[in-house]
Design a protein around this ligand. Structure first.
Ligand code: SF4
Length: 471
């Protein structure tokens, strides 16, 4: 079966080409960049007030690494406890199996109307598409998710799915899709309109599907974090609750939850904690709870030693908010469900040829690694992928040759110094039309700064001489 990522993004398009479409709208670019930087700064303030923040990060990374080292044991323990609480646990190898299990659960009960709270896993598996193809209406109840669903487009961010849209665009959408008055752009009025629309959908739902943020092996319970309370509403009314989770969502003990809940909201949106952290232990009275645990390529990543750490991810989105490339190219430019540095590391595991441009959508500044609450070495993994893709000859020849030449120069001091002095003399004399020629990928959008008169080495030696004399 074709991977659902392929279903949603059928054509192969390189990241720079998709990004060019986003960058073409300068106003949107500036505003997108600023909005995400605002969230990043909120995260800095929220983490800054916790003196033990770094210890928390180290603890969380340690818990996750330990869990991954005994993943099968913890999954079994979770299954046993959850079953004892009255839940039904299903294991799915891939997206196809996940979608089939969910569909069968609904079809057997004759269910045709379902509400869903935000879940990146179901998005990744293409669940909505699958259920709709079988005549089942699926309504995303998270406001951002509902907005992109009404626009028939994928989310552009894993925590703020509609961050690429302006309030005026949402007003137009609600006018067309929900019959709202024309020209409304006040966020409060728009939220009220969405609330009324979603209330009807929630009341008419026959089943509720949720994601899972953390599943506790010790208790068999799990936690879903939302800011709108939609997971509670979507599961309180219908009899059937289906919770879908990736295998990596397991944590060992209930007391570990505090570590992750403190890190998650602060890293995601700069809040001390999400507005609703809902705990589920077995089905509600008179109800049915099914938990679908999905692998979908995760065990392949687990088997790849250098990349294993990405499974520690708690999906906070902080790496996206801080990434200068993500902020300036938009989430859709990645062409996958999970964009940004995290997506650029995950996607090539699915199909290295299709997603070969993603590990290059980074400045390698390391900011993603710095903000990651579970200490995933994202920028190092991006670099690893570049090497792996090069060895698989999936990097364009021009880029491979340039890297080889640069590599040769950078390990020979004499060559580096010689080329530096030639470049300082030659580049300022280069006609602008040539420096910014469309064939020059690097130069065509850049103004070259004036070349320095002295090299860093010369400057450094001069300073040392002067400071020596001063003594
Ligand atoms: S990789 Fe780290 S920063 Fe990025 S979403 Fe996952 S946990 Fe958050």
């Amino acid at each position: 079966m074709e991977h659902p990522e392929h279903v949603k993004h059928p054509e192969h398009v390189e990241h720079p080409d998709r990004a060019a479409a986003f960058v073409a709208n300068g106003e949107r670019l500036q505003w997108h960049d600023k909005s995400l930087w605002f969230v990043r700064e909120k995260r800095d303030r929220a983490s800054g007030v916790i003196p033990e923040w770094e210890e928390l990060r180290a603890l969380a990374a340690g818990i996750k690494a330990h869990t991954l080292s005994r993943l099968a044991d913890y999954l079994e323990a979770f299954e046993a406890k959850a079953t004892a609480l009255g839940a039904h646990v299903h294991f799915a190898r891939d997206a196809e199996e996940h979608n089939r299990i969910v569909h069968e659960l609904l079809a057997r009960r004759g269910i045709t109307r379902v509400v869903k709270s935000k879940s990146m896993l179901t998005e990744q598996c293409g669940l909505n598409h699958h259920l709709e193809a079988h005549g089942i209406e699926v309504i995303d109840t998270d406001l951002g998710e509902r907005i992109v669903q009404l626009r028939h487009e994928p989310p552009s961010h894993i925590v703020m799915p509609a961050i690429h849209l302006k309030k005026e665009e949402i007003g137009d959408l609600f006018h067309d899709a929900l019959g709202g008055a024309q020209g409304i752009s006040d966020p409060k009025a728009l939220t009220e309109m969405a609330r009324g629309h979603l209330r009807d959908k929630l009341l008419g739902a026959q089943a509720g599907i949720t994601g899972v943020n953390f599943a506790v092996a010790e208790t068999g319970g799990f936690v879903v974090c939302t800011n709108e309370g939609n997971a509670d509403l979507g599961t309180a009314l219908p009899r059937l609750h289906i919770a879908c989770m990736g295998v990596e969502k397991i944590i060992p003990r209930a007391k570990d939850l505090g570590v992750f809940l403190r890190l998650l909201a602060r890293s995601a949106t700069g809040q001390p904690v999400t507005a609703y952290s809902s705990h589920f232990h077995g089905p509600r009275q008179g109800g049915e709870l099914h938990i679908v645990i999905v692998d979908h390529g995760r065990s392949t990543i687990l088997g790849r030693e250098h990349y294993r750490r990405t499974l520690q991810c708690i999906r906070c989105g902080a790496c996206m908010n801080t990434c200068p490339v993500y902020r300036r190219s938009g989430g859709h430019s990645y062409g996958v469900t999970v964009p940004g540095p995290l997506g650029a590391v995950l996607a090539p595991h699915v199909d290295p040829a299709k997603h070969r441009s993603l590990p290059f959508a980074s400045t390698l500044c390391g900011s993603c690694t710095d903000v990651c609450p579970v200490k995933i070495d994202l920028h190092e993994q991006l670099l690893l992928w570049r090497g792996d893709l090069g060895r698989q000859k999936l990097v364009p020849l021009k880029k491979r040759m340039a890297s080889r030449v640069a590599g040769w120069i950078l390990v020979r001091t004499w060559a580096y110094l010689l080329l530096g002095s030639i470049a300082r003399w030659f580049i300022p004399k280069l006609p602008k039309a040539l420096a910014q020629h469309r064939w020059n990928d690097w130069g065509r959008q850049r103004e070259l700064p004036p070349a320095p008169k002295e090299t860093f080495r010369e400057l450094y030696a001069k300073r040392r001489r002067t400071s020596g004399k001063a003594k």
